[in-house]
Design a protein around this ligand. Structure first.
Ligand SMILES: NC(=O)c1ccc[n+]([C@@H]2O[C@H](COP(=O)([O-])OP(=O)(O)OC[C@H]3O[C@@H](n4cnc5c(N)ncnc54)[C@H](O)[C@@H]3O)[C@@H](O)[C@H]2O)c1
Length: 293
C-alpha cells in the first residue's frame, strides 16, 4: 500500500529516509526550513540512487523516478495529509519541541510520528503531543538505503498498534526492525557514542594518529569502519549533541564530550557533510581501510 510519508529535516538522515521511502513506492513530502538544504537533498538523492540503489527496494528505481515521488517543501503545512511522519531535524530538544507542537496541530489524528533522534527519550518527545500513543522511535542508521535494520523504540505510551504499523511499514522497505524500550541513546547510541568519544580522546591525547586508531578497529575487530570515520559519517555536531543529551540524562561524567570534538564543531568541521572533520575528505576519501593485512 502506498502511504503519504512526511520527512522533516533534509540533512544527512532526511536525505536517506526520503530516498528509502520514495524508492519503496511511497509518496514523500520532504520539508526543511531552507531551500538550499532541499536543493542539496535532491542532488544527493539522485547521486545515491545511482550509487547504491536500495536494500530490498524497487530494482528498476532511477534517479528520475525516485525524485518524482518526492515533493520538496519549506512549508510544514504541506504534510497535513501524512499517514506517517519521520522527523529528522537537528538533535536539539527546543527545536524539536516547536516542530512537534505544530505537527500535532496540523496532522490528522490518525497520523503516526516516527522520531528519528540519536538519543532524546521518545517519551519526552511524545509528551509534547496529544497523541503519545502514536509516537514511536524510528532510529534509522546512516546511510539509510543500505542499512538492513532499524531500531524501533517503544515510548511509555506507544500503543501495540503503533508498533505493529511501524514495523510493517519498515518491513515493506525491505528492512528488519529491533524493538527496544525507551532509554536515552537507546541500545545503539548509548554504547556507540561512548566508544566514538573515547576514540576522539585518544586522538586528542596523541596516543595514535586518526588513521591508526581506525585501522585497529577495522583490522583487529572486523569493524566495517573505525570509530573516527563513523563519527565523521554521523556528523560531529550530531555526535556532540547526542553526548550532551546522554550526559544531561544520566549525569555520568563518562558521557562528557571530548574537548577536541567541541573544538571541531565550533570550527565548523562537522565531518563528511562539510568536507572536513576528524579526516579531510576534500580531495580523496582517507577512511578506506582494508579489512585485513
Ligand atoms: N547522522 C546520523 O548518522 C544520524 C543517525 C540516526 C539519527 N540521527 C538523528 O537524526 C536527526 C537529524 O540528524 P542529521 O544528521 O540528519 O542532521 P543534519 O544537521 O545533517 O540535518 C538536520 C536538518 O534539519 C533541518 N532543520 C532544522 N530545524 C528545522 C525545522 N524546524 N524544520 C525543518 N527542518 C529543520 C536543518 O536545516 C538540516 O537540514 C537528529 O535528531 C539526529 O540525532 C542522525
Amino acid at each position: 500500500m502506498r502511504e503519504n510519508i512526511a520527512v522533516i529535516g533534509a540533512g544527512t538522515m532526511g536525505i536517506g529516509v526520503s530516498h528509502a521511502f520514495a524508492a519503496g513506492g511511497h509518496h514523500v513530502t520532504l520539508v526543511d526550513i531552507g531551500k538550499p538544504a532541499l536543493d542539496r537533498a535532491a542532488e544527493e538523492i539522485a547521486r545515491n540512487v545511482r550509487l547504491f540503489g536500495m536494500v530490498g527496494g524497487t530494482p528498476e528505481s532511477t534517479p528520475g523516478a525516485t525524485l518524482a515521488a518526492i515533493t520538496f517543501s519549506t512549508e510544514l503545512a504541506d504534510v497535513a495529509d501524512a499517514d506517517f511522519v519521520v522527523e529528522n531535524i537537528t538533535e536539539n530538544f527546543s527545536l524539536k519541541q516547536r516542530v512537534y507542537r505544530e505537527l500535532d496541530e496540523m496532522c490528522k489524528p490518525a497520523a503516526v510520528f516516527g522520531v528519528n533522534t540519536s538519543a532524546i527519550p521518545i517519551t519526552r518527545i511524545a509528551g509534547l503531543t496529544e497523541r503519545a500513543d502514536r509516537v514511536v522511535g524510528t532510529h534509522f542508521m546512516n546511510p539509510v538505503p543500505l542499512k538492513p535494520l532499524v531500531e524501533v523504540i517503544r515510548g511509555f505510551h506507544t500503543s501495540p498498534e503503533t508498533i505493529a504499523f511501524t514495523r510493517d511499514l519498515i518491513s515493506r522497505l525491505g528492512k528488519d526492525t529491533a524493538v527496544v524500550e525507551d532509554s536515552p541513546g537507546f541500545v545503539t547510541n548509548r554504547a556507540m557514542m561512548l566508544m566514538v568519544n573515547e576514540a576522539i580522546c585518544l586522538l586528542q591525547e596523541g596516543v595514535a594518529p586518526a588513521a591508526e586508531i581506525d585501522r585497529l578497529f577495522v583490522q583487529c575487530f572486523g569493524h566495517r569502519m573505525g570509530p573516527l570515520a563513523t563519527a565523521d559519517l554521523i556528523g560531529l555536531d550530531t555526535v556532540l549533541y547526542s553526548l550532551d543529551v546522554l550526559l544531561e540524562n544520566f549525569n555520568e561524567p563518562k558521557y562528557r564530550p571530548s574537548l577536541l570534538l567541541r573544538k571541531l564543531v565550533d570550527a565548523g568541521h562537522l565531518g563528511r557533510k562539510t568536507g572536513q572533520g576528524l579526516f579531510d575528505y576534500r580531495t580523496t576519501d582517507p577512511t578506506t581501510v582494508p579489512e585485513r593485512n
